[in-house]
Design a protein around this ligand. Structure first.
Ligand code: NAP
Length: 242
């Protein structure tokens, strides 16, 4: 059977790791991207292999256009005739501050990773999906980008930007068998939310708890499946009702 390839950005930890292991269990050969944390990325790969799947590491900084293009070109050179048909743009960061105190660096770092990063990686892969007439792109955004969150103007702007990106790109590629959707998690139990007051925040969630990375992965798994071929340009919450 032909190998099917999926790239998950930011797959060394958290939601990305859960998505990578889930897609591997469903038969994809998963490219595990990360920026710096090779040890954690290897743990993801070990988990994939322990579950009977296959994968490989693919480090690059999504915010660095050159690094992204080089990594994808290098992979394509090694895999003549194959293409990456699933892309999950999951890599993300947050640097919270009130607007009044927000530094240029906090603004640009978050916009560069969360927004420019999606542009760099998607641009590098979408044309292969279009010529292969099959593709699934899922962008991990956030409830913060849908309704806004105080202290997160940079993060909310970056995620809202990617919601617009998702809707526009879906229109561009629909006829080529490529779908583009976004999932919007609420509070999910990962390193990113480790510093938050969980007890207080869980009270704001109608479901009364933080979600798990596996619950986000389950939604992504549906969106990349063949069954989801008529779902495109959508933003779907996975937020316990938040
Ligand atoms: P996390 O545990 O902090 O993990 C972040 C992942 O992104 C790591 O794998 C990290 O790689 C990678 N990463 C960060 N910057 C990168 C870059 N420039 N290039 C490549 N990889 C980069 O975060 P998470 O909670 O799993 O979040 C995953 C996604 O879900 C993010 O887009 C986040 O905004 C979104 N989200 C999370 C929540 C939540 O409650 N956790 C809610 C809504 C949305 P290294 O290990 O190498 O640093």
């Amino acid at each position: 059977m032909k190998t099917r390839y999926a790239l998950v950005t930011g797959a060394s930890r958290g939601i990305g790791r859960a998505i990578a292991t889930r897609l591997a269990a469903e038969g994809y050969h998963v490219l595990v991207n990360y920026r710096a944390n090779e040890e954690k990325a290897r743990e993801t790969l070990d988990e994939i292999v322990a579950g009977g799947g296959t994968g490989e590491l693919m480090p690059f900084d999504v915010g660095n256009a050159r690094e992204v293009a080089d990594a994808i070109d290098e992979w394509n050179d090694r895999h003549a005739g194959a293409f990456i048909e699933v892309l999950v743009n999951n890599a993300g960061t947050r640097r919270d501050n009130l607007l009044f105190w927000m530094t240029d660096e906090e603004w640009h770092d978050v916009i560069n990773t969360n927004m420019n990063g999606v542009f760099h990686v998607t641009r590098a892969l979408a044309r292969y999906m279009m010529s292969g007439k099959r593709g699934r792109i899922v962008n991990v955004v956030s409830v913060s980008g849908v309704s806004g969150m105080a202290g997160q103007v940079n993060y909310s702007a970056s995620k809202a930007g990617i919601i617009g990106f998702t809707r526009a790109l879906a229109l561009e590629v629909a006829k080529k068998g490529v779908t583009v959707n976004a999932v919007a998690p609420g509070f999910i139990d990962t390193d990113m939310t480790r510093d938050l007051d969980r007890v207080a925040l869980a009270k704001r969630v109608p479901a009364g708890r933080f979600g798990t990375a596996g619950e986000v992965a389950a939604l992504v798994s549906f969106l990349v499946s063949d069954e989801a071929s008529y779902v495109t340009g959508q933003v779907i919450g996975v937020s316990g009702g938040l």
